[in-house]
Design a protein around this ligand. Structure first.
Ligand code: NDP
Length: 332
C-alpha cells in the first residue's frame, strides 16, 4: 500500500523543549510546522519530577506538566503533531524526505531536535518507577534532581567529566558523595579531577561496578550492591540516592553519513547559528549541545532554529514547479 505523503515548509523532529520552542516560533511565523514526536514525546523532562530551574516558575513545575504547557502553546498557534518513529532520512535534496511506517514526510526545511538520552547501566533497580527506583532515588541529572537529596549520602557512578561535575554539584546538598568508578583512574579532565579530589565531601571507590540498586517504592534507595572488579568481592554500600553519570548519547544515528557530527554524535552547527552542513537543515537542543544540556538552553536554541529556518525559507523558496513535480513523483 502506498504511503501517505505530507509536505510541509517546516518539519521539526523531536518534541522536547527545543522542538516545541521551535514549533511555537515557526507557528507564530505562520509556517504551520509539523512536529514529529519521537519515541519519548516531551523528551527528557518527562522523566524528571519537579523542575525548579526553569525560569518563570517561582514554585517549580513538574517536568511533564511543563512539557504539556509547551505543547499546548505550540498547538494554539497551529502546529500539527505526529507521533511516529522516523526510520529513514534522505537529506540529499530539497525537499528533504523522512520516512515512517505509514508516511513519507517532505520538508522544505528540517529542524532536528531529537535530543539525547542518558546512558544507563542496565542493572536491577535502575528502571523508572514502577519497575525500579528511577525517579525515586535514581537519577541521571544532578542539576534537575540534586536539590531533593539535601542532607542525604549519595553515590555517583562514572569517571568522566560528567561524573565529576555531578559529584561536585551534589556536594551542595548531600552529606557526602561517593564516586564509584570501574577503573582505578578517572577519564575526566585534569581540572575536573583536581576539583573533585580537593572536595572533602567526595570519596572514591575504585575498580568497582554497581551491580544492583537496592530499596523499595516505600523506602526509596537504601543502598547499592558493589562488586570489586579486581578481587571479585561483593558488598552492600548504604546510600540514599544514585546518580548515573556514564554519558549521554545524542539521538542522531539516523543522520550518520549525511550530517557533520563529532565523534560522540553531536550534530555540528555553524558559527552562532543552528545551521548544519546541509543548507535548510537546522539542529537544536541536546542533539547538538554536549556542553550545557539544560531545558532552558535547549528552548533557546529551538527558538534560534525556527528563526534560522524562517529566514532560510525567505531566501530559498521551493518553486511551485518543483513542488508540483514532487507531488507527481509521490503519487506514482
Ligand atoms: P565520558 O565518556 O567522558 O565518561 C564516561 C564515564 O563513564 C567513563 O569514566 C566510563 O568509564 C564510565 N562508564 C561508561 N560506561 C560505563 C558502564 N557501563 N559502567 C560503568 N562505568 C561506565 O562521558 P562524560 O559524560 O563524562 O563526558 C562526555 C563528554 O562531555 C566529554 O567529552 C566531556 O569532556 C564533556 N563534558 C564536559 C564538561 C565540562 O567541560 N564542563 C562537563 C561534562 C561533560 P571508563 O573511564 O572506564 O571508560
Amino acid at each position: 500500500m502506498a504511503k501517505d505523503t505530507i509536505h510541509k515548509e517546516v518539519v521539526i523532529l523531536g518534541s522536547g523543549p527545543a522542538g516545541l520552542t521551535a514549533a511555537i516560533y515557526a507557528a507564530r511565523a505562520n509556517l504551520k510546522p509539523l512536529v514529529v514526536e519521537g519515541p519519548q514525546p516531551g523528551g527528557q523532562l518527562m522523566i524528571t519530577t519537579d523542575v525548579e530551574n526553569y525560569p518563570g516558575f517561582s514554585n517549580g513545575i513538574m517536568g511533564p506538566i511543563l512539557m504539556d504547557e509547551f505543547r499546548e502553546q505550540a498547538r494554539r498557534f497551529d502546529t500539527e503533531f505526529l507521533v511516529t518513529w522516523v526510520s529513514k532520512a534522505d537529506l540529499s535534496k530539497r525537499p528533504f524526505t523522512l520516512e515512517t511506517e505509514d508516511q513519507i514526510i517532505k520538508a522544505d526545511t528540517l529542524i532536528i531536535a531529537s535530543g539525547a538520552s542518558a546512558k544507563w547501566l542496565g542493572i536491577p533497580g535502575e528502571a523508572p518507577i514502577p519497575q525500579g527506583l528511577g525517579g525515586n532515588g535514581v537519577s541521571a541529572c544532578a542539576t534537575c534532581d540534586g536539590f531533593f537529596f539535601r542532607g542525604k549520602p549519595l553515590v555517583v557512578v562514572g569517571g568522566g567529566d560528567t561524573a565529576m561535575e555531578e559529584a561536585t554539584f551534589l556536594t551542595k546538598f548531600a552529606t557526602g558523595v561517593t564516586v564509584v568508578h570501574r577503573r582505578d583512574a578517572l577519564r575526566a579532565s585534569k581540572i575536573m579531577q583536581d576539583k573533585a579530589f580537593k572536595n572533602e565531601k567526595i570519596d572514591f571507590i575504585w575498580d568497582t561496578a554497581v551491580e544492583e540498586i537496592l530499596g523499595s517504592r516505600e523506602t526509596g534507595v537504601t543502598g547499592v550492591r558493589l562488586k570489586n572488579l579486581k578481587t571479585g568481592e561483593e558488598r552492600v554500600f548504604p546510600t540514599e540516592g544514585v546518580f548515573i553519570a556514564i554519558d549521554h548519547q545524542p539521538n542522531t544515528e539516523l543522520f550518520k553519513g549525511q550530517l557533520d557530527m563529532d565523534d560522540v554524535g553531536y550534530l555540528k552547527t555553524r558559527d552562532r547559528s543552528t545551521a548544519t552542513n546541509i543548507p535548510g537543515v537546522f539542529a537544536c537542543g541536546d542533539a547538538q549541545d554536549g556542553v550545557y544540556r539544560q531545558a532552558v538552553t535547549a528552548a533557546g536554541t529551538g527558538c534560534m532554529a525556527a528563526i534560522d529556518a524562517e529566514r532560510f525559507l525567505g531566501s530559498h523558496p521551493i518553486s511551485a514547479e518543483d513542488r508540483e513535480k514532487d507531488r507527481e513523483l509521490a503519487a506514482q
